[in-house]
Design a protein around this ligand. Structure first.
Ligand SMILES: Nc1ncnc2c1ncn2[C@@H]1O[C@H](COP(=O)(O)OP(=O)(O)O)[C@@H](O)[C@H]1O
Ligand SMILES: [Mg+2]
Length: 271
């Protein structure tokens, strides 16, 4: 397929979303999203369950195609590139998927070194690199274990090791604390902070944990009703007077965001 013509503007950010729309069966999930993620920042996108955060994430990663608009990473629209070039570009990116998404049939080290092996690195070297990053995330000596032998928190850390093993410039995290107990949540948050600083990367995180926002973000964007409803520096969060934003960050059921508790399709899910 030949690359399509694009009307994308010169982006300000290392990741730039310009007028992105995405609907499913006529239902708008993303409705004209514009945002720029600046090099080196830690940016967190927050929003209610079902707000479209994972859809946004999949569009950025090129796993879902927006109906309209442009998404540029390092100034390029990946969706328009031939598959080989797209895969090559992907090596500047590390992803921690919700639930870690490890390959069950591969031992830990092969999961971690997956991108390196795909890039052609030989087995002994790739295994050595995997062992090194596993140590970074506090998991020495588990190279030969299988994912089924690991706890949820260990799988998450293996997922982090896989995300960083090929030394990416950008790390994406989708709900990195989902399903973790408070202690493991703190461990993962600390690791995310360390990796962000040590690797000098840009981090884009999808989350609904305000604790993570407070500890890890430089800037935060709230996705609400398909749009970037609010965007601000972390230190401005508590001075916002917006009632929707305040309800979200304070985690209250009462407020302008209406919930249904009856199982009706209307209104927001009470999850
Ligand atoms: N592949 C799909 N087909 C149809 N609807 C989808 C698809 N993916 C997501 N959606 C819908 O888009 C909305 C946003 O989903 P999602 O991005 O997963 O929310 P969240 O903010 O919780 O990550 C939901 O209503 C979901 O049902
Ligand atoms: Mg999600």
């Amino acid at each position: 397929m030949s690359p399509e013509k694009t009307s994308a503007k010169q982006p300000a950010g290392i990741i730039s979303l310009q007028g992105v729309h995405k609907s499913f069966k006529g239902r708008k999930v993303l409705d004209n999203i514009n945002m720029d993620i600046m090099p080196g920042e830690s940016h967190i996108v927050i929003g209610l369950s079902g707000a479209g955060k994972s859809v946004l994430f999949k569009c950025i990663l090129g796993l879902l195609r927006p109906d309209r608009g442009a998404i540029l990473i390092n100034g390029e629209e990946w969706f328009t590139l031939p598959i080989e070039e797209k895969l090559q570009r992907m090596s500047c990116v590390g992803v921690l998927f919700q639930g870690a998404a490890l390959f069950d049939s591969l031992p830990v080290w092969e999961n971690v070194a997956f991108v390196l092996r795909r890039q052609g690195m030989n087995k002994p070297e790739a295994r050595e690199r995997a062992a090194e990053v596993l140590e970074w995330v506090g998991l020495p000596d588990i190279c030969d274990k299988m994912p089924a032998e690991l706890s949820g928190g260990m799988k998450k850390r293996v997922g982090m090791a896989r995300a960083i093993c090929h030394r990416p410039d950008i790390i994406f995290y989708d709900e990195p604390l989902a399903g973790l107990d408070p202690v493991m949540s703190d461990v993962i948050t600390t690791l995310m902070k360390r990796l962000h600083e040590r690797m000098n990367v840009t981090s884009l995180t999808i989350a609904h944990s305000m604790k993570l926002v407070r500890e890890f973000s430089d800037r935060v964007s709230m996705l609400y009703e398909g749009r970037i409803y609010q965007q601000m520096a972390r230190h401005d969060i508590d001075s916002s007077h917006d009632p929707v934003f305040k309800q979200f960050i304070e985690g209250r059921a009462d407020g302008p965001i209406q919930f249904t508790f009856s199982g009706s399709d209307h209104g927001k899910e009470a999850t």
